[in-house]
Design a protein around this ligand. Structure first.
Ligand code: AMP
Ligand code: MG
Length: 355
């Protein structure tokens, strides 16, 4: 057990001394959790294999799931990849700093453990003063997966980080809530046309405006479990985002969804299960179950994305046995939300209205 240091920092203008403490840990091969605009990340020096191995251990992350490497400046990418193409330049210029991760061919300086032995690397520049200060002051590229135990919902507050990792990491920089609440979009540009491997904070529609062609990989839509040969990295097959409770997602036209959620809740309550329903402002009053929570209005998918992981964690604090979740429109940030819900359910997806 380590003592995990909690460092409260200003989210706009982080205090130099506190960043300095975190930088020292990173430089010495330690582990520091920090806020980004998406979720909290758990950082280690990406080029220090010992530090990266301890990061996998702290998170209990399977070694076949590669990490995203975070850079402080666009120029840092040229060290990590073999060749920066015009397409890469254009995407970095349009979306960085921001919630877009690019998959590129890796260079030799990167330890195998960081990229799980693949010949590609995932890179992004986060849009958050605290994250950028930490990366820039340390002079390192920082490997940072989400700062949760593997398989659990990602953390959107420093408290979520401590709930999972207190005593397992050196420090957490606490700058309050993360703005977006779901992870970055992962875009593979080693293939033509580029493919979205994970929908996230940069909507697909925004990528379409910049790229002539872009596809959604089936793993991004997450309607069913894929075979090993269909995924880009083996880590994509691991269970993700899952609370302790079972999750069921009900999809279809809204009124049919509401009826189906009610019907399923009754079945589970009759069996003696404690039932949680993940609803929206428009539907929250329809349900009479043990715990009902609203993600927010269906008219504001950004708010829904921001609330998702917190609410999944809250259902666990209430010890519900099953969470029945309404689907939301799979557009804009809604696509990322539906991907997380479907994966959290282990693909237990019910179609309402006989579709
Ligand atoms: P996390 O940072 O924990 O949210 O997860 C990082 C995501 O990026 C995972 O879905 C990884 O599988 C994915 N990823 C990281 N590196 C690569 C890569 N080289 N190729 C494909 N996917 C990757
Ligand atoms: Mg993660």
């Amino acid at each position: 057990m380590k003592r995990t240091l909690l460092l409260k920092v200003d989210s706009q203008e982080p205090e130099t001394e506190k960043i300095g403490v975190a930088v020292d840990f990173i430089k010495r091969g330690g582990l520091v959790a920090f806020p980004t605009e998406t979720v909290y990340g758990l950082g280690a020096d990406a080029l220090n294999p010992k530090a990266v191995r301890s990061l996998f251990e702290a998170k209990r992350r399977p070694l076949d799931n590669p990490l995203i490497v975070h850079v402080g400046y666009v120029k840092d990418v040229s060290r990590l990849t073999k060749k920066v193409s015009p397409k890469t330049e254009r995407l970095m210029k349009s979306f960085w700093p921001g919630p877009l991760t690019l998959i590129l061919r890796r260079s030799e300086v990167i330890p195998d453990v960081t990229v799980a032995g693949l010949d590609t690397i995932a890179v992004r520049m986060p849009r958050h003063s605290v994250a950028l200060a930490l990366i820039r002051e340390s002079g390192c590229s920082i490997a940072a997966p989400s700062a949760n135990l593997a398989g659990k919902p990602s953390p959107t507050t420093a408290q979520h980080v401590l709930d999972d990792l207190d005593g397992r990491i050196d420090a957490v920089l606490d700058a309050g809530w993360t703005r977006i609440g779901v992870e970055s979009t992962v875009l593979d540009i080693t293939v033509d046309p580029p493919q979205v491997l994970r929908p996230g904070g940069t909507p697909y529609e925004e990528l379409e405006k910049i790229l002539r062609r872009v596809e959604l990989h089936p793993v991004a839509i997450a309607e069913k479990e894929l075979a090993t040969n269909e995924v880009r990295s083996p880590g994509m097959k691991h269970r993700h985002y899952a609370p302790d409770a079972d999750v069921i997602v009900v999809e279809g036209e809204l009124s049919a969804v509401v009826s189906k959620v009610k019907e399923l809740s009754e079945v589970y309550m009759r069996k003696g299960s404690k039932v949680g329903v993940l609803a929206t402002d428009e539907t929250v009053d329809y349900y009479m179950v043990n715990v009902v929570r609203s993600l927010g209005s269906r008219r504001n998918l950004a708010v829904i994305a921001k609330n998702l992981f917190r609410l999944l964690r809250e259902f666990d604090l209430e010890s519900v046995d099953v969470i029945i979740a309404e689907s939301i429109p799979a557009e804009g940030l809604g696509l990322a939300v539906m991907n997380r819900l479907r994966k959290a359910s282990g693909y237990k997806i019910v179609r309402a209205g006989g579709r």
